[in-house]
Design a protein around this ligand. Structure first.
Ligand code: NAD
Length: 529
C-alpha cells in the first residue's frame, strides 16, 4: 500500500465544480439524476476524488444551443469589453493559482512545477490575445481589383460556436487557453475535456463567469469522446481538437462529413540534436527538462536525441547525471521534479515500449522501471541507447519519460534521421553558434524548432504559430492564426465609377484596354511599394 498524499481539494469543492457541467434544459428526459456518472481518480493513489455526469448526445446539442444563444449577445459586445473580461481572468487566475494547482495535480498526478506551466500558459494566452484582439479582429483595407476604383475591406466575424476537444495531459492549457482566442473573437465555446480530467476546465469556467463572462457563453460537457464527438462536431461551427493522431483522423473524417472546419494538434516523436559545438552541460540540462517535464506526457517533449560523435560521451554522461538527479515522487508542493503517469493504460504502454526495446537489444542507461513504491503509475526517467528501427519506440510515440539516444557522424545525418518520421511537431537544436542552429532548424520538418531550448521557447512565443507538420496535425494555435481560425473572413468590395462588364459595343477596344491596364499594373508594381 502506497502512502501517497491525499488531495487537498475537498470533495464538496469538486462536487460544486461538477454541477457546472452543462445539463438538460427544456428536455424532460434524461434528467441529470438519470445520467450515469464518471468517477474521477487521483493518479497519485488511484483513489476516487469526485464524479461528473456522463453527458449524452442530447446534452451536447443543448450545450451548443445555449452557447449559440449566449454568443449572439457576447459577439455584440464591443471588443474592449470582451477584452476586459479576459484581463480580469488573467489577474484572478494568478491570484488563485494555488487552489487551481491543487485541482490540476489532483486529477493529473503531475508535479506542481508542471502544473504551474499550465497556469502561466493560460495567463500568457489571456495577456497576448487581450492585447492583440482589437488589432487582429479589426477590419482591414485590402488592395482592390482596380486601383482607386475598387474599395476592398476584409472583415472578421465570429464563426458562432467553437467546440474544443482536449486531452488530459495539459487540462488547462489545452481547454481554457484555447478557449480564450475563440471567446475574444466573439464566439460561444463548448469544451469536451478528457473523461479523466474534467475538473480543471470546470474550474476555469467558474472563474471566467466570475470575471464577467455571460453565463452560457462557455459550456463544458463531460463524458466519453466516441459518444460525444460526433454530435459536437455536427452542431458546432469549428472544432479545435488536441489529442492523438489516431483520434485526430476520426475527428477529421467526421468534420469532413459535416463540413465543419477543424484544427488538429496531434502527436509527436520529437527530436533533439546536439551539434559538435554544443555546450554539453547546458544541452544535458535542457534535454532532461525536454524529455521528463510532465513525466514525458507532453506532445512537444523529446523522445529522440541525436548527438554528434565528437561530444557523444560527454553528453551521455552529463545527461544521465541530470536524469538521475531528478526527484520523482508525489506531493502537492514544489519539492519534486517529476510526477506520476496518468493511469494504468499509460504505464502499460511505457513498460511495453521499454520491454520491447530491451528484448531486442537496447541498453538502459538509467531508469527503465516502474516505481509502485511511490504510487501506482510512477515510472523512472529512462534513457535508452542501442535503439534500432525494429523496436516499437523507434517510431511510435511513447508519451512517457523515455528517450532514445543515438550517436551520429554528421549534422546531415542528424537532420535526415530527425526527418525520417511520420511526425513533425517539435524539435530542438543545441549549438554555441546560434546562426548555425537557426540554419539547421529550417531544414527540420517540424512545426516548431527551439535553438538551445527544448520546447518552452517556441511554445511560449505566443506571437508565432504553433502546430504540427505531417501526422502531427493540421492548422496552428497561437499568434494571429490562433485567433483568426475562429473567425469567418468576409470581403466587401465596392466598385466605383467603372463597372467590370464589357460594353455592348466596342468589345475589341475594351479587351485591348483591359489587357494593357493589367500589363501596366504589373509594370508599376515592379517599381516597388
Ligand atoms: P486522445 O486522442 O485519446 O483523446 C483526446 C480527446 O479526444 C479526449 O477528450 C477524448 O475523450 C476525445 N476523444 C477520444 N475519442 C474520440 C472520438 N472518437 N471522437 C471525439 N473525441 C474523442 O488523446 P490523449 O491520449 O488524451 O492525449 C495524448 C495524445 O495527445 C498524445 O498523442 C499527444 O502527443 C497528443 N497531444 C498533442 C498536443 C499538441 O498540441 N499537438 C498537445 C497535447 C497532447
Amino acid at each position: 500500500m502506497v502512502d501517497a498524499p491525499a488531495s487537498p481539494v475537498a470533495r464538496e469543492r469538486l462536487d460544486a465544480l461538477a454541477r457546472l457541467v452543462s445539463g438538460p434544459t427544456d428536455r424532460e428526459e434524461p434528467t441529470r439524476t438519470d445520467r450515469d456518472s464518471l468517477p474521477i481518480h487521483a493518479p497519485y493513489d488511484d483513489s476516487v476524488v469526485g464524479e461528473v455526469p456522463s453527458c449524452t448526445p442530447d446534452d451536447v446539442r443543448d450545450a451548443v444551443s445555449k452557447a449559440r444563444a449566449a454568443a449572439d449577445e457576447w459577439a455584440a459586445w464591443p471588443v474592449e469589453d470582451r477584452v476586459a473580461v479576459i484581463r480580469r481572468f488573467h489577474d484572478a487566475l494568478l491570484d488563485r493559482r494555488e487552489d487551481l494547482l491543487d485541482v490540476i495535480q489532483t486529477e493529473t498526478g503531475k508535479a506542481r512545477v508542471d502544473a504551474l506551466e499550465e497556469v502561466l500558459d493560460a495567463a500568457t494566452a489571456a495577456r497576448y490575445y487581450g492585447n492583440h484582439a482589437g488589432q487582429v479582429l479589426g477590419s482591414t483595407r485590402r488592395g482592390g481589383a482596380i486601383p482607386l476604383l475598387t474599395k476592398t475591406v476584409e472583415h472578421h466575424h465570429p464563426v458562432g460556436v467553437v467546440g474544443i476537444i482536449s486531452p488530459w495531459n495539459y487540462p488547462l492549457s489545452l481547454s481554457i487557453s484555447e478557449a480564450i482566442p475563440a471567446l475574444l473573437a466573439g464566439n460561444g465555446v463548448v469544451i469536451k475535456p478528457d473523461e479523466g480530467t474534467p475538473f480543471t476546465a470546470l474550474w476555469g469556467l467558474e472563474l471566467l463567469r466570475e470575471c464577467g463572462l455571460p453565463d452560457d457563453a462557455v459550456q463544458v460537457v463531460t463524458g466519453e469522446g466516441p459518444t460525444l464527438g460526433e454530435p459536437l462536431i455536427e452542431a458546432v461551427d469549428y472544432v479545435s481538437f488536441t489529442g492523438s493522431t489516431e483520434v485526430g483522423r476520426t475527428i477529421a473524417e467526421t468534420a469532413g462529413r459535416h463540413l465543419t472546419e477543424c484544427s488538429l494538434e496531434l502527436g509527436g516523436k520529437n527530436a533533439l540534436l546536439v551539434l559538435d559545438d554544443a555546450n554539453v552541460e547546458r544541452a544535458a540540462r535542457g534535454a532532461a527538462r525536454g524529455c521528463f517535464a510532465n513525466a514525458g506526457q507532453l506532445c512537444i517533449s523529446i523522445e529522440r536525441i541525436y548527438v554528434h560523435e565528437s561530444v557523444a560521451d560527454d553528453f551521455r554522461d552529463a545527461f544521465v547525471r541530470e536524469a538521475r538527479a531528478l526527484t520523482l515522487d508525489a506531493g502537492y508542493d514544489y519539492d519534486h521534479d517529476v510526477g506520476s503517469l496518468l493511469d494504468d493504460a499509460l504505464l502499460e504502454t511505457v513498460e511495453a515500449h521499454v520491454e520491447n526495446a530491451v528484448e531486442k537489444g537496447a541498453t538502459v542507461l538509467t531508469g527503465g522501471r516502474a516505481r509502485p513504491d511511490l504510487g501506482p503509475y510512477f515510472y523512472e526517467p529512462t534513457i535508452l541507447t542501442d535503439v534500432t528501427p525494429e523496436m516499437t519506440l523507434a517510431d511510435e510515440e511513447t508519451f512517457g519519460p523515455v528517450v532514445s539516444l543515438y550517436e551520429v557522424e554528421t549534422v546531415s545525418d542528424a537532420i535526415e534521421q530527425t526527418n525520417d518520421s511520420a511526425y513533425g511537431l517539435n524539435a530542438s537544436v543545441w549549438t554555441e553558434n546560434t546562426e548555425r542552429g537557426e540554419q539547421v532548424a529550417t531544414r527540420l520538418e517540424a512545426g516548431t524548432v527551439n535553438v538551445n531550448e527544448a520546447y518552452a521557447a517556441a511554445w511560449g512565443s505566443f506571437d508565432a504559430p504553433m502546430g504540427g507538420m505531417k501526422d502531427s496535425g493540421i492548422g496552428r494555435r497561437h499568434g494571429r492564426r490562433g485567433m483568426l481560425k475562429y473567425t469567418e473572413s468576409q470581403t466587401v468590395a465596392t466598385q466605383r465609377i467603372a463597372p467590370f462588364s464589357p460594353p455592348k459595343r466596342g468589345k475589341r477596344l475594351w479587351a485591348d484596354s483591359a489587357s494593357f491596364g493589367v500589363l501596366l499594373w504589373k509594370r508599376i508594381s515592379e517599381l516597388g511599394p
